[in-house]
Write a protein that binds this ligand. Structure first.
Ligand code: ATP
Ligand code: MG
Length: 376
C-alpha cells in the first residue's frame, strides 16, 4: 500500500503509522470511494478522528480538536486568553466536518467516518458546495442540530428537523482555523449559517459573560464556547446548570450505558459554578433540587419501565428519499456497533420517515437482573 506516502503527508514516521495500523488504532475503510484510513486514536500530532483519503492524491481531513472545559471561569479566562475573547453559542448536536476530497463532497462525523446520511443532507446545500468548490483547501466545521438525525435529537426552533451551523473554517492538512473575523466574512459571503455570535468581551468582563450563560440556561440552550479572536489559542467551553443537569437526566435514563466520568464531571461542574457565582442558600436549594431531580427521576422511570416488562430504547427519527438511502445508513450504523431496531414510520412530503430505536441493552439487562434478585 501507499503507507510511505501517507506517512510522509502526515509527517509521521512510517514505523509509527505501521504500528498504529497493526494495533488497529488506524484502519482502512475500503468500501468507500476513495478508500480512507481512519485514526481511532491520536498518533503524535495526528488527532483522533483524522481521515486520510487515498484517491488520486492523498488528502487529509484532520480530526476536530478537543475543546477543554472551564469549571471555574474567572482565573482561567485571565490566564489562558489575551485581552479579548469572542463568545459564541455552543449548540447541542453532533460535530460535522464538510469538505471536498478528490472533488467529492463528504460529511465526516467526529470519529472520522463519512456519514452517508449527513452527506446526503448537506449535499443539498448549494451554498456549502459553492463555498467548498471555491475554497477546496478548507474544511467547514459545524454542528448538525434538530430532531431528524441518528445521533443527537435536540429541539431548536431555528432548525426543527435538520440544520447545519458553522463554527470553524480550518485548513485541511494543518487543521489551523481562520481568525474569527475572516471566518465571519467568508460565511457571510457564501450565506452559510453560523452559530450565534454573542459578542467580543474583555477577559475582565466576567459578570457580563456569566449573564450570557445564565440567559442561555433559561432559554434551554447548551452554553458557550469562548474563543481567541485570532484562533491561535485553543477555545474553552462553559455551560449553565440547566445543561449540566439535562445531560445528567439523559445519562441516568440509561445509567449503565454512560461512563461514570460522564456523570461525575457534570456533578462537579455544579459545585464550582455555585461557588463561583456566590449563590445564596435559596439559590443553592434550587440548584440542589434540579441536580437531585435530574438524577433520580429518569432513573426511577427507567427502572419502572423494566419492571413493567419494557425494554429501554432511545428513539431517533430520520428522513430519506429512497430505500437505498436508509439501507446505506443502516449498514453504516451497524458497522459501528450500534444496536437498534428500524421501524418504518410512513411517508411525509414524498419522503420516507424511519424510526431508529437504539437499544440500551446494558441498562435493561442490568436492571432486570437486580429486579430478579441479583445482588452486588
Ligand atoms: P470534546 O470535549 O472532545 O470536544 P464532546 O463530545 O465532549 O467533545 P462537547 O462537550 O459537545 O463535545 O463540546 C465540544 C463540541 O461542541 C465540538 O466538538 C463541537 O461539535 C460543538 N460545538 C457547538 N457549538 C460550537 C461552537 N460555537 N464552537 C465550537 N464548537 C462548538
Ligand atoms: Mg456536543
Amino acid at each position: 500500500m501507499e503507507l510511505e506516502s501517507v506517512a510522509e503527508v502526515l509527517r509521521i514516521e512510517k514505523w509509527r503509522l505501521k504500528g498504529a495500523m497493526e494495533r488497529k488504532n488506524a484502519f482502512t475503510i475500503d468500501d468507500f470511494s476513495p478508500p480512507y484510513i481512519l485514526f481511532r486514536k491520536e498518533l503524535r500530532h495526528v488527532e483522533k478522528g483524522t481521515s486520510v483519503f487515498l484517491g488520486d492524491s492523498i488528502e487529509v481531513i484532520r480530526g476536530f480538536p478537543k475543546i477543554r472545559r472551564a469549571f471555574y471561569l474567572k482565573p482561567m479566562l485571565q490566564k489562558h486568553f489575551k485581552d479579548n475573547v469572542v463568545i459564541e453559542e455552543k449548540m447541542n448536536g453532533y460535530n460535522v466536518r464538510a469538505a471536498l476530497v478528490d472533488g467529492k463532497f463528504v460529511a465526516i462525523t467526529r470519529g472520522g467516518f463519512v456519514c452517508p446520511y449527513t452527506t446526503l443532507k448537506l449535499q443539498e446545500d448549494e451554498n456549502l458546495l459553492k463555498f467548498l468548490t471555491h475554497n477546496p483547501e478548507l474544511v467547514v466545521c459545524g454542528e448538525v442540530v434538530g430532531m431528524e438525525n441518528p445521533y443527537v435529537a435536540h429541539e431548536y426552533p431555528e432548525a426543527e428537523r435538520f440544520g447545519f451551523f458553522c463554527f470553524d473554517l480550518r485548513y485541511k492538512s494543518t487543521n489551523k482555523a481562520l481568525p474569527i473575523e475572516k471566518r465571519n466574512s467568508l460565511l457571510e459571503k457564501y450565506q452559510l449559517k453560523s452559530v450565534r455570535l454573542l459578542g467580543t468581551y474583555r477577559t475582565g468582563e466576567i459578570d457580563r459573560i456569566f449573564e450570557i450563560v445564565r440567559e442561555l440556561g433559561r432559554e434551554g440552550r447548551e452554553g458557550v464556547v469562548i474563543k481567541d479572536p485570532e484562533m491561535k489559542l485553543s477555545p474553552i467551553k462553559y455551560t449553565p446548570s440547566e445543561t449540566n443537569t439535562s445531560d445528567l437526566a439523559y445519562a441516568f435514563r440509561y445509567p449503565y450505558e454512560y461512563g461514570r466520568d460522564f456523570s461525575f464531571s457534570r456533578i462537579i461542574r455544579e459545585g464550582y459554578q455555585a461557588a463561583e457565582w456566590e449563590e445564596s442558600e435559596e439559590e443553592l436549594e434550587t440548584r440542589a433540587m434540579r441536580l437531585g431531580k435530574s438524577i433520580l427521576f429518569p432513573m426511577v422511570r427507567s427502572i419502572r419501565k423494566v419492571m413493567a416488562g419494557g425494554v429501554l430504547t432511545e428513539d431517533f427519527i430520520v428522513r430519506v428519499n429512497s430505500e437505498e438511502e436508509i439501507k446505506a445508513l443502516v449498514i453504516f450504523l451497524r458497522r459501528q456497533g450500534i444496536n437498534f431496531i428500524l421501524k418504518d414510520s410512513g411517508i411525509d412530503l414524498d419522503e420516507h420517515i424511519y424510526l431508529i430505536k437504539r437499544l440500551r441493552n446494558s441498562t435493561t439487562d442490568k436492571i432486570k437482573s437486580y429486579l430478579s434478585g441479583r445482588f452486588e
